[in-house]
Write a protein that binds this ligand. Structure first.
Ligand code: HL5
Ligand code: SIN
Ligand code: MN
Length: 276
């Protein structure tokens, strides 16, 4: 449940950490079912691929689906996040990037914290992302590529582009690194793309440079990303705050369940209450 010193050092040095097969196949199956169910709920939280009806991303599924309300409280993910950040954390953002087979588009090279500073006035990069593989991730289906160590360089870019790719969320296209910036950082840091079976989890820093290629394979690459924030680091938007599906409002510190999210005692009651 707890990360060992070697794992903590790896995250601090590289800005990410892969936990292979952290969740089992039954849990993966239940999370996939929850995703299919959630895709049927219409609303602005569902982002389509450009010029197509296919799902690019779905936000805030943990508000609607008990499996995800459980997952974010599961000690296997919450405890490592608390070790890396602080005891009192909440989920700032929750999304599933669907990367459908035969055409899921790229996610441009970017640093998350720039988006959240610009869009939400988030004071500091006091977040940890957990990325859960809902499908096997291979070299073929558009894995996330990280520039290891780039989380220690500060923000590479300052503002966002004048044109917004999407009205629903801030797409990485709007804050992407220039080719020169990317080349220079790759020169210094190289690139890695953690791969593994469905159920694997990657913890990653809000400051690490990352992106992913389009998916031309016949295999979907559904990736769930929950971003935890320190409760003492709440957003301070300068204008109208963004919608609750993209910036969650419940900032109560999360407490770990007493076991895995499908089976923990009392989980059903907690999860029914939060997704009611
Ligand atoms: N889509 C997110 C948001 O907050 C930002 C991106 O990967 C995170 C850059 O709108
Ligand atoms: C992201 O940075 O949120 C997207 C990465 C991906 O889904 O490939
Ligand atoms: Mn990102």
């Amino acid at each position: 449940m707890r990360l060992n010193q070697e794992q903590l050092d790896h995250y601090r040095d590289h800005g990410f950490l892969l936990l292979e097969s952290l969740l089992d196949s039954r849990e993966v199956e239940r999370m996939r079912e929850a995703f299919l169910r959630d895709c049927e709920v219409p609303g602005p939280h569902v982002v389509a691929e450009e010029g197509s009806a296919e799902v690019r991303a779905v936000y805030a599924s943990h508000h609607r689906q008990p499996e995800y309300a459980g997952l974010i409280r599961d000690p296997r993910v919450l405890t490592p996040v608390q070790q890396l950040l602080t005891d009192d954390v909440y989920v700032y953002q929750f999304k599933i990037n669907a990367k459908p087979a035969f055409g899921g588009d790229k996610w441009a090279w970017h640093q998350d914290y720039l988006a959240w500073r610009i869009a939400d006035g988030l004071p500091a990069p006091r977040q940890v992302n957990i990325a859960v593989f809902l499908d096997d991730v291979t070299e073929f289906n558009g894995p996330v590529i990280f520039l290891p160590g780039s989380h220690r360089d500060g923000l590479v870019r300052e503002g966002r582009s004048a044109e917004a790719k999407s009205e629903q969320h801030l797409d990485p296209d709007d804050i992407s690194l220039t080719p020169e910036q990317l080349a220079e950082h790759v020169d210094r840091h190289g690139m890695v793309s953690p791969k593994g079976p469905a159920g694997s989890v990657v913890l990653f820093s809000p400051e690490i440079v990352h992106g992913s290629a389009p998916n031309m394979s016949p295999f979907a690459r559904r990736l769930l990303i929950a971003t935890y924030n320190d409760v003492t680091n709440l957003p301070r938007p300068t204008g109208e705050p963004r919608p609750a599906y993209v910036v969650c409002r419940d900032t109560e510190p999360l407490r770990p369940l007493d076991g895995p999210f499908l089976d923990a005692p009392g989980a059903h009651e907690i999860l029914a209450a939060v997704t009611a």
